[in-house]
Design a protein around this ligand. Structure first.
Ligand code: MRU
Length: 345
């Protein structure tokens, strides 16, 4: 089982983005050589998922650098574009990590010419390619934790769509299937933007994985009925102590998994680790528009004037995380020592 899904690709001198807001109804692409269009696509979740927005921002910075060629403020301008891109979504650290990689490249090269832009493009391609390869490794490590016949509950979309390819949590599912295991996935729909219902189900069903779509509020009952063996999902940022920021609803699943004595696995590449943060309390949590919650399918469902709280992510304390599956191996508590161990590996 392998994923033919491609969230983005670099073609000639332009970035091609699969517009995820139109899935599953329509497979349509945005082709652009303007970094502003990429920044807008990240904000609007046309491209989403921590590693995918990292790669998209890296390519966007190349586009911004190309536009700045010839300007007497070239380097300053590239740094302004980097700041604009980093501000698009605050929680997923992969975005800042990828942009910083390109800025380092800028600092190491004194030229302000076409060669430098080519060098930045090479680095952006490396960010993309390393993510695909890393996810395949992560999948191989992670599938050892998935027994034959497992029934897996996942949340949001941590698949090929959320990465440069193959996926993190869904990469583990893919690797388990490739290893000859039969698995069943329960995909939580993931209110309010339905990444589970629209994207995870689309990926898995198209590859023939037995999948059931469930609403987010069904999770506890599925566990109580013995219909789930483990929870497996992705992450947007992992602090130095192992606290995990991921799509809103993740924390509730972790509490439920602990209450039912089942493993709660987080799959994420090391580019999602932020060891500069002592705990999850320091992770910035993105709040999104009220309209995402007050309506459904383009129709308003809540009474006018209601106040809304719409955090896009929550933080799961490390004590509820059984293991973190990374592209450098599986790590276990205490994360304060195991995470720095693999980070430097
Ligand atoms: O708001 P989104 O759709 O970008 O949120 C994505 C998630 O929360 C994913 O679980 C996370 O980025 C991991 S993707 C491999």
């Amino acid at each position: 089982m392998s994923s033919g899904v491609c969230s983005l690709r670099w073609e000639g001198d332009a970035l091609v983005i699969l517009d995820q807001t139109r899935l599953p109804d329509e497979v349509s692409y945005i082709t652009t050589a303007d970094y502003r269009v990429v920044a807008g696509a990240i904000k609007d979740l046309k491209v989403r998922g921590a590693p995918a927005i990292g790669a998209a921002a890296a390519f966007a910075l190349v586009l911004g650098a190309r536009e700045a060629l010839g300007s007497p403020r070239f380097r300053e301008r590239v740094r302004e574009v980097a700041a604009e891109l980093t501000a698009t979504r605050p929680t997923a650290v992969n975005l800042r990590w990828a942009v910083s990689r390109l800025l380092e490249c800028l600092s190491e090269n004194q030229a302000c010419d076409r060669d430098l832009v080519d060098r930045l493009a090479l680095e952006a391609r490396a960010v993309f390619q390393e993510d695909v390869e890393g996810n395949r490794r992560l999948g191989r490590y992670g599938q050892t934790l998935v027994p034959q016949g497992s029934r897996i509950l996942t949340h949001c979309n941590a698949g090929a769509l959320a990465t440069s390819g193959y996926g993190t949590a869904l990469g583990v599912v893919r690797a388990a299937v490739e290893a000859g295991k039969k698995v069943t996935v329960y995909a939580g729909e993931t209110r309010p933007l339905l990444q589970g219902a629209r994207l995870t189900v689309w990926e898995l069903v198209s590859e023939g994985v037995e999948t059931f779509l469930v609403t987010d509020s069904m999770a506890g009952w599925l566990m109580a009925k013995g219909m789930v063996d483990l929870v497996l999902l992705g992450a947007d940022r992992i602090a130095g102590n192992g606290d995990v920021a991921n799509k809103i609803g993740t924390y509730s699943l972790a509490v439920l998994a602990a209450a039912h004595g089942m493993p709660f696995y987080v799959a994420a590449p090391v580019s999602t680790l932020d060891l500069s943060l002592a705990s999850g309390a320091e992770i910035p949590i993105e709040e999104r528009a009220e309209s995402e919650v007050t309506g459904f399918g383009g129709r308003r469902t809540a009474p006018a004037g209601v106040r809304v709280f719409n955090p896009a992510f929550d933080v799961t304390p490390a004590r509820l995380v059984t293991a973190i599956i990374t592209d450098r191996g599986v790590v276990y508590p205490p994360y304060g020592t195991s995470l720095p161990g693999i980070f430097g590996a």
